[in-house]
Design a protein around this ligand. Sequence first.
Ligand SMILES: NC(=O)c1ccc[n+]([C@@H]2O[C@H](COP(=O)([O-])OP(=O)(O)OC[C@H]3O[C@@H](n4cnc5c(N)ncnc54)[C@H](OP(=O)(O)O)[C@@H]3O)[C@@H](O)[C@H]2O)c1
Length: 213
Amino acid sequence: MNILLFGASGTAGGAVLQACMDAPVVNEVRAIVRRPLGWTDAKLWEIVHADFLNYAPVADAFRGVDACLFCLGISVTQVSKEEFVKISHDFPVAAAKMLLAASSAAAFHYISGAGTRAESSTFWSKVKGETENELMELAGAVCWRPAFIDAAPSASIPRIYAAMRPMLRLLKPFRSFYVDGEDLGRAMLQATRENMRRRVIENAEIREIAGRF
Ligand SMILES: NC(=O)c1ccc[n+]([C@@H]2O[C@H](COP(=O)([O-])OP(=O)(O)OC[C@H]3O[C@@H](n4cnc5c(N)ncnc54)[C@H](OP(=O)(O)O)[C@@H]3O)[C@@H](O)[C@H]2O)c1
């Protein structure tokens, strides 16, 4: 498989990248990043890019891929509402459109998060829920709703996440509340192998799918 990855420098995306690097089924990972990852590997093609609303300059990276794993995102506490909509909705929709044009059979995977609901009165939940619906309509997207993702905290994640990680790891036995970050990556690869489309996947099912990998 050839995988296109967004958010590789992040907490979720870093673990998903590791899962892809470790998976023999993956031939190549193309990571679109705004800063170099500082990591070289024969399987990794790093593409440094600035404008996440326009992928025309990096169109080659979208050709011949089996799946796009969109792990880029931000907490609503870190940016303005306008910026949150741009990052959580406009960026993935632009990526999905480019993927459709360049690799029409490829799967698009979008990480939203537990608690996402299009009908919600909570701003972030509604934005992500509406984005899920739009991506499922546009590209048959598979939408992932992890709860706590256990992975090495990135430089950008809110500090509270890193501080609470030891406590949150106690949630491991509870299938609806905890997922290992690399299991999330393995579940995305397995879903690609199983040709899943147009689905919302809650945390417990992420663990089930990873178990089939
Ligand atoms: N962590 C969890 O437990 C968890 C649970 C459920 C859902 N989620 C969701 O998963 C997604 C990723 O979360 P995370 O925890 O991995 O966050 P993170 O550690 O802060 O990583 C965010 C990633 O998105 C990139 N990014 C953010 N803003 C960007 C921008 N304006 N332009 C280009 N790239 C940008 C970052 O790149 P830079 O490194 O260049 O900043 C980084 O790769 C979010 O939507 C989050 O809500 C996370």
